[in-house]
Design a protein around this ligand. Sequence first.
Ligand SMILES: [Zn+2]
Length: 520
Amino acid sequence: MLPLFLLLAASLSSAPIASVLAQDGGLSGPTSSGEAAGYSCDSSKCQLPDCHCASTSPPGGLSPEDTPQFIVFTADDAVQTYTIDAVNQFLKHRQNPNGCQPKMTYFTSLNYTDFGLVTDWFVAGNEIADHTMTHVGDPPAEEINGNLIALNALSGIPMSAIQGFRAPFLDFSVDTLKRLADASFVYDSSAAASVPVTEDDTDAFWPYTLDYGMANNCLSVSGLCKGEPKLPGFWEIPMYAFFDKRGVAGPHLMDPWLDAANGDSKVDDEATLEYMKSTFTDHYKNNRQPIGLYTHPIHVAPSYPGVKTPQKTIDMINAFLDWAQEQQNVWIVSNEQLLAWVRDPKPVSELDSVGALKCSTPAVDQNICNGMPEKEEGLQSKCTFDEYPFSTCYGCPDQLPTVANPNPNQTVPDGESARFRLPANCTTAFWDPIEGECICNSDTCSFQDTSKPVGPNGANLTGGGLGGSFTSSADGAASSTPFNGPGNGAQAMMPAGLLPSVLLALGAGLVGMLGVLNRL
Ligand SMILES: [Zn+2]
């Protein structure tokens, strides 16, 4: 992300910020072609769940009508109150067809990140992913792996839960992908699908493994494609661009609402909404490749100091989601949820059986500082540093985490005891960092499944539009209450799919330990 002072300065006029953003997720034309990809994959040998050829058709041989239309929602950069509030104003009041609040993926970098908020956001069921420690492009391994270590130490995120990576500025190389695979990441999501699904030469592939190399970004990243790099079992989840009236010549990838559309000189929310809808419809009516809202939430944050809340743009984004959710079989998901479905694809009539799409509440009685706001009242430490302050349940470090030392020593205030960091055989909602005790084992872990049945008899096929109205300028954001807002009793939710991984970790502690060592 931009340094705060630069962000504030840039926000005074929209022009500089747009040009800066072009570097952080911009796209000006096709970044691949069939010829440049030189891709071939033997689908008789490359089979799910651990191998998948790059293809524009739905996985598992499903017909498009039997395939859910996924909208992936992601956020990048620091996790702050402002950014969580920004995401909440789009998701908190919504539900997917099964009645669960949508979950999203947060690609987290650490400068200005509040580690306590990361814990809360994760325990609420969202995916925490890696965006390097200090937000550098083409990052060295220390930037990638240090992020894991710091988020594990200070936010209590299990190493095994951090599965994904996005390169800052979408600046990645063949070496970046190799470093990720070496560190046992499951997927990267830095590549772009840059040609519309309506074109013969579209590069809007469903997520695929790199057993046969990459098929995206062949024209923009040297050494990619024509079979390279071969990273068996490692996934690429392309970022799917929107296209304005210029088609392939008018792509919009991250934060499309900050771009001017159709070659115009000024941003126009109506024009943005129009092309977001038309691109969605192209996906929905063709092969239902996912579509994505890839956000830098700070730019649509409510009440950011010194910046006028961009209410019209916020309302426009909600209007898009309302419109999309009124259509059948549309799901707003995290990358982790998307990938779980791709690996074991089920037709829309059988989505009840997809654990990753369910929601459940961890049942925890005592107050233990574990990521549920009502269970951490007065138990978080406030860590004050000149650069930025943050909260954590895991004890303040004696210095800010750095690439050289991502897990500094803990400082223990007089009269208090050191906090216990999350061990490999427990998970965040059930870990008591004060007593150093896992209150969940395979017999006592309990979750309440709050998902509702989905179809196939026509019931609950849509999430329904519940957001603010774009046409009335009424306070659309007021209907959402920030998860971490004062006095908010939001339920802590996590995808039921996490439960098996918890049990697996408990049943195979040694394997978990080895996994962690591998991740380091
Ligand atoms: Zn970034």
